[in-house]
Design a protein around this ligand. Structure first.
Ligand code: SF4
Length: 351
């Protein structure tokens, strides 16, 4: 379907390296700070209410500006672009952005969604050139799912979205499940049973202290090691290697050939040493870590008419000076002392 030039045939640019030698490989682009869910670990309703100061439309990067930044990042080594939000499918006409980005040679283009609008949009996203989809699904039990998304959204509609994505040609769909101890750990095995043999891959994510609003406590974290033990007890599993350097999920396969399952263990098994991710916020700020508290305002340069050389130099300066390692610091018990300031919200820069 995509007649894009095979990335392996292209002479890829030499990626920028940060102060710890980590390559710039992944760009996560948040295209809206709005969402139709109020997941308690990301956009708690009490904070993100009707009076919350969402970004005015004029503050958002236009699709053309996003494409300019994406091309800039690809020239600096990025070969994976992920569209996020808030809920990216809420941004009107975003298929046009997908089509524009899909024309950039040498990239793998992915999207993370809560699945609420996927049934309607899956085919158009595929036709526009999207390569991969990740769907967030924190439970199959209606009550648990609605307790997590806090807007009483029916789980069936998300499952319909996953089915529509599959029908549109998306394979190996990643299913992200944030596990909050005492809330949805009872959903781990039902989700495993549901997706075994489907080709789609559930990934269980340790609850993280992202942003400054979700009231995170360590005793709400169910360590991935325990999640894997639960799965292994019913479906014996064995470890697999990463698809690529910097992959966040640890991959496991069912010994009986029933497919794959993964865990993302930012709290108990920090992966900062291989972190290759840069984030672009909805209104054009670069963030070099999910747990950052300040970003670099690229939009100001863009709207001041800066030329490509100036923009590239800005990106190079930012990445080569990068030293972020928040999860490692948290693991050493230094997280909140070293990064005490108000952190940006995940709904603003995408997970
Ligand atoms: S905490 Fe920051 S540096 Fe570490 S893996 Fe996450 S985004 Fe990367």
């Amino acid at each position: 379907m995509n007649d894009r030039i095979d990335p392996d045939l292209l002479m890829p640019p030499v990626p920028l390296r940060d102060s710890r030698g980590r390559e710039l490989r992944d760009l996560r682009i948040s295209i809206t700070d709005r969402c139709n869910f109020r997941c308690t670990y990301c956009m708690p309703k009490e904070v993100f209410d009707a009076d919350y100061p969402y970004l005015p439309r004029t503050d958002l990067l236009s699709f053309e500006e996003i494409e300019t930044v994406a091309r800039l990042a690809v020239a600096a080594g990025v070969n994976k672009i992920r569209l996020t939000g808030g809920e990216p499918l809420l941004r009107r006409g975003m298929e046009k952005l997908v089509a524009a980005l899909a024309k950039i040679p040498g990239i793998d283009l992915a999207l993370t969604t809560n699945g609420s609008l996927l049934a309607k949009k899956a085919q158009a996203l595929r036709d526009a050139g999207l390569d991969r989809i990740t769907v967030s699904l924190d439970g199959l039990d209606e009550a648990v799912f609605q307790r997590m998304n806090d807007v009483d959204f029916p789980v069936a509609q998300v499952l319909e979205g996953i089915a529509a994505a599959e029908a549109a040609g998306f394979a190996n769909i990643k299913i992200n499940v944030v596990v909050q101890k005492g809330v949805n750990e009872g959903e781990i095995l039902p989700i495993v049973r549901h997706f075994r043999g489907s080709g789609h891959v559930p990934r269980f994510i340790e609850f993280m202290d992202v942003g400054s609003s979700n009231g995170w406590r360590m005793d709400q974290v169910l360590p991935s090691a325990q999640v894997l033990d639960m799965i292994d007890a019913e479906f014996p599993i064995e470890a697999l290697g990463p698809h690529s350097a910097g992959e966040v999920a640890q991959r496991w396969r069912y010994r009986d050939g029933g497919g794959e399952v993964g865990v993302i263990s930012s709290v108990t098994r920090a992966f900062c040493s291989t972190c290759t991710r840069l984030r672009l916020s909805t209104e054009g700020r670069f963030y070099t870590c999910l747990f950052a508290h300040e970003g670099f305002d690229l939009r100001a340069l863009l709207r001041a008419g800066a030329d490509e050389a100036t923009l590239s130099a800005a990106l190079e300066g930012l990445w080569t000076a990068r030293a972020d390692r928040y999860s490692e610091l948290r693991a050493d018990g230094k997280g909140r002392t070293v990064v005490p300031l108000k952190r940006i919200e995940m709904s603003y820069i995408g997970g």
